[in-house]
Write a new protein. Structure first.
Length: 172
């Protein structure tokens, strides 16, 4: 029973991860020589509380991979969510704008699949990372534009995307 609880909670956390942004660049040759860039993994998780991870005191659910990431990297404890709901929170993070200015301010659905797209004219952190020479990827729930729209992750600065464009499908 304990294993089943761990497994089911693990999958609910996995499916609850709204969007994990991954920025990576092995080595970049510049005029001054060989420069190694820092790999960055940012995990934005819906409905994950501060004490829900092993390295933060959780005793019932094992999170060894995330615990190792925290032990071998940097972990920031002061973070403000840009909104109380999914898509606007990701939009605020991606653009650096508060919900009064970010282009996605609600979970407005567009049929048949997806949410209102974020305009590709908006500067995003992923576009800035690409300009800096990083290889970028997003994995999980997107909710900032349906496939082929200007809000599609590829149009928002991600080299690789795997997940759900539509958060309605991600919830099920």
């Amino acid at each position: 029973m304990k294993q089943i609880r761990k497994l089911s909670y693990f999958f609910s956390i996995l499916l609850g991860i709204s969007s994990s942004m991954f920025f990576s660049c092995g080595q970049n040759v510049e005029e001054s020589g060989l420069v190694e860039k820092t790999n960055i993994i940012f995990i934005l998780a819906d409905d994950l509380g501060y004490g829900d991870l092993g390295f933060l005191g959780q005793h019932y659910i094992e999170t060894p991979a995330i615990d190792r990431l925290a032990a071998n990297g940097m972990f920031f404890t002061n973070f403000y969510s840009g909104a109380t709901v999914c898509a606007p929170s990701r939009s605020a993070f991606m653009t650096g704008l508060h919900t009064g200015h970010t282009p996605v301010r609600g979970n407005t659905e567009v049929q048949p699949e997806g949410q209102r797209p974020m305009p590709d004219s908006v500067m995003t952190v992923s576009k800035l990372m690409q300009k800096a020479g990083y290889v970028t990827g997003a994995f999980g729930k997107w909710g900032l534009g349906f496939p082929g729209s200007e809000g599609d992750p590829v149009n928002q600065g991600f080299d690789q995307f795997f997940g759900y464009n539509c958060q309605r499908y991600a919830h099920r």
